[in-house]
Design a protein around this ligand. Structure first.
Ligand code: B12
Ligand code: SF4
Ligand code: SF4
Length: 316
């Protein structure tokens, strides 16, 4: 077998496992990203996400994560839901957090893909990553031709939009590499115009420390007073966000092409979509556990969610 047949084998198995797209890039130093990441960190765009300062060199070079790495296999996994929260005035959570935490779901699939590679191809050394190590997920997916990085800084696929998780395998196996595609943002600025906290400070650059996702998930301290009243959609319809934020993706015209996912584990627990504003504000630890015990919402926890709800309440 040769790199071309290995590539076809891996792509077919990835599809069988439920990944929507799979592409390959040569494992090398991320030359274009290096000065941009450095600037982003120097300007403190990561705020209190100190983990972003760690492993600067590894983050930019997959060969420092896996000895002898030759290829990065990038994989997209769709999480676009078929149902949304029923009540417009209820506090909003990001679509990615409706069901079981993606880290668990995708890790299992990556393990299966690695096992398949070992069985079918042989002695390949590799590691699997899903937002679990210093890897620049979007940069690799872009290099592998799975989409372009839009002005909202998310990876967008021309056929399916941006509601995807990105995962990788880094392998010491040579493959046939894919080519990046064009940027299809054109003159559009809808995401920049819609962001209520002005976190997209220039096209393609998000100041992480100004993003609602940062305030509601990553920040452990009190949410700063200067963003009070800014967690709602731009037309101020409905309630605000209490876990993550989807605004810059919801307004993106390419997300008209999003199709519902087929992953049962991403479906919300029964009753979650029907929660009313009152029920959200009165949520108990018991109800929190019922809905979110295995969800990404555990990252902020019951205490964090209560802080976010109170922050909304103070401003509404
Ligand atoms: C830190 C982080 C955050 C932070 C900071 C966001 C950010 N944009 O960096 C916060 C908490 C705010 C966040 C929020 C979200 N995140 Co996040 N996050 C990450 C994480 C862990 C690292 C991202 C990173 O490396 N940032 C560092 C900066 C420097 O990188 P960057 O934003 O890509 O910056 C590039 C551009 O700015 C560009 N650039 C800079 N200057 C210039 C100039 C020009 C001219 C050009 C063209 C480009 C350019 O170069 C930079 C380097 O490549 C990744 C997982 C991972 N390991 O990669 C997930 C990840 C990016 N997040 C993800 C998701 C889903 C989200 C949210 C949608 C969640 C939500 N609903 O709330 C939001 C979206 C917010 C947004 N618009 O970006 C997904 C994105 C999937 C996709 N389709 O792209 C990822 C890939 C996780 C995953 N594995 O699926 N996130
Ligand atoms: S996720 Fe929300 S707050 Fe963050 S950049 Fe997008 S619109 Fe702005
Ligand atoms: S809203 Fe427009 S500018 Fe923003 S990412 Fe989508 S296409 Fe690009």
């Amino acid at each position: 077998m040769n790199p071309h047949s290995y590539s076809s084998l891996i792509k077919a198995e990835a599809q069988r496992l439920g990944f929507d797209f799979c592409g390959f890039a040569k494992a090398e130093f991320l030359e274009e990203e290096a000065p941009r990441l450095e600037q982003w960190l120097l300007q403190n765009r990561h705020g209190k996400m100190k983990y972003m300062e760690n492993y600067f060199d590894k983050r930019l070079d997959p060969r420092k994560l896996v000895d002898g790495a030759k290829s990065v296999v990038s994989l997209l996994y769709n999480y676009f839901p078929s149902q949304n929260q029923l009540h417009d005035d209820a506090p909003k959570i990001s679509k990615y957090a409706y069901g079981t935490d993606y880290h668990f779901v995708i890790k299992e699939k990556l393990k299966e893909l690695l096992d398949f590679i070992h069985e079918e191809i042989g002695d390949v050394h590799g590691r699997a990553f899903v937002d679990s190590a210093p890897v620049m997920d979007k940069a690799w997916a872009k290099k592998s031709g799975l989409g372009w990085v839009g002005k909202n800084s998310n990876l967008i696929n021309k056929n399916n939009g941006s509601f995807f998780f990105i995962a990788e395998l880094i392998l010491d196996l040579e493959l046939t590499y894919d080519s990046p595609i064009e940027d299809y943002c054109g003159t559009c600025t809808q995401c920049i115009d819609a962001c209520p906290t002005e976190a997209i400070i220039q096209p393609y650059v998000v100041d992480g420390s100004k993003c609602i996702s940062y305030f509601t998930i990553e920040l452990k301290d009190e949410i700063p007073a200067d963003v009070k009243g800014k967690f709602s959609n731009p037309d101020s319809s409905g309630s605000g966000w209490v876990f993550g934020c989807d605004i810059c993706q919801d307004v993106c015209p390419w997300n008209r092409f999003s199709k519902p996912h087929h992953e049962n584990q991403f479906n919300p627990k029964s009753g979650l979509m029907e929660m009313t504003k009152k029920q959200w504000h009165e949520i108990t630890e018991e109800v929190f556990k019922k809905f979110f015990h295995d969800s990404a919402v555990t990252r902020t926890g019951f205490k964090g969610l209560k802080r976010n709800l109170e922050f909304l309440n103070e401003t509404s």
